[in-house]
Design a protein around this ligand. Sequence first.
Ligand code: CP3
Length: 342
Amino acid sequence: MSQKTILRALAGETQAIPPVWMMRQAGRYLPEYRATRAEAGDFLSLCYNPDLAAEVTLQPIRRYGFDAAILFADILLIPQALGLDLWFATGEGPRLSTITRAHEVARLKPVEAIHETLSPIYETVRILSRELPRETTLIGFAGAPWTVATYMIAGRGTPDQGPAHAFKAADRAAFTQLIERVTEATIAYLSAQIEAGAEVVKLFDSWAGSLQGADFHDFALQPAQRIIAALKTRYPHIPVIAFPREAGPRYAGFARATGADCVALDNSVSADWAAAEVQKDGCVQGNLDPKLLVSGGAALETETRRVVQAFSKGPHIFNLGHGITPDADPENVARMIAAIRG
Ligand code: CP3
C-alpha cells in the first residue's frame, strides 16, 4: 500500500483525516501566482512554460502542504493542439475559433499531431515528478469531450451550452465525430501525462449537467467510459477521477458505469445523499461551496467539518465543489485545512 494519502483514498481506504487538495489551487487568489503569471506575460505563455508552470503548481504545495498537486495547464489546450486558435481576452475568459459545420470537424488535425503542441506540458509533468515532496500525489487532467466540445463549437464559455446543443440537434453525426476526435485526443494526451509521471488523472466535465436523457449517456457517460477503459488497458494502476459536474441524481452509478475510481461532487448535491448513493461505490471528492473561502467566518469551519463528517465512513478526498475563485482569501484556505486536520 502506498504511503501517499491520496492514492490510499483512491484505492478505497477510509482514513481518519481525509487528504485534501483544491480545484484551481494554483490561481489568482495567490499573490505569488499573480507574480509568476506576470513574469510569463499571460496565461497561455504560463501554461506552455514548463519551469514557470511547475513553479505555480508547487506554490500552493509550499504554502499549504496539500496532499496533491494538479498539473498547471488548461482543458482548452486540446482544441488548440487539434488546430483551433485559442486566446484569453483579459477579464473575459477564453476565446477560440469555432466549429459549426461537419467539414470543419474533418479539418481538425489528426490525433498524433497533438504532441507537437502539448510537449511542453509533458515537460512540466516531468519537472513536477522530480520536485514534488515524496508524500504529494501528482494529478494530471483533461477536459471531458462534451465540455471541451462546447467551447470548440461556441468559441467561448456559454451559460447554457446553447450552440453545442444546437449543433448536436442539427447534425448528430458530425457532432458525434467531434466527440470521438476529442475522445481519442484525450486518451493520447492523458497517456502522455502518465508516461511523464502523472500518478492520477482527472476528467473535468464541467457542463455534464446540461446533457439530458440519452444525451447524458451518449456524450458524458460513454466518452468517460471509453477514455477510462483505454487508460486502464495501458495503465491499470493509475486511478481516474471523474467530475460530471451538476449530474445531480446521475452521480449515482457514474463510477460503476465508467470505471472511474473516484467521483468528484459539485456543491449542489447533498453530502448525506452522496455518502449513501455515490460513496457506496468508492471514493468521493469535493462538495464544499467555494464561496465559503470568500466569506470565511464560522460558516467555513462548520461546513468544512460537516463535509468531513458526512463522508467519514468511506474513502474520501476533501475538495471544493468547483474551483476556488480569485476573490478568495488565502487565510481562509489555511482555516479550512486546519478544520480538516483538526
Ligand atoms: O485546478 C488547477 O489548479 C489546475 C489548472 C486548471 C486550470 N483550468 C487553470 C486555469 C484546470 C484543471 C482548469 C480546468 C478548466 N479550464 C475547466 C474545467 C474546470 C472548471 O472550472 O469548470 C474549464 C471549464 C476551463 C476553461 C477555462 N480556463 C475558463 C472558462 C477560464 C476562464 C475563467 C477564469 O477562471 O479565469 C480559464 C482560465 C484559467 N484556467 C485560469 C486558471 C488558473 C485563470 C487564468 C488567469 O490566470 O487569468
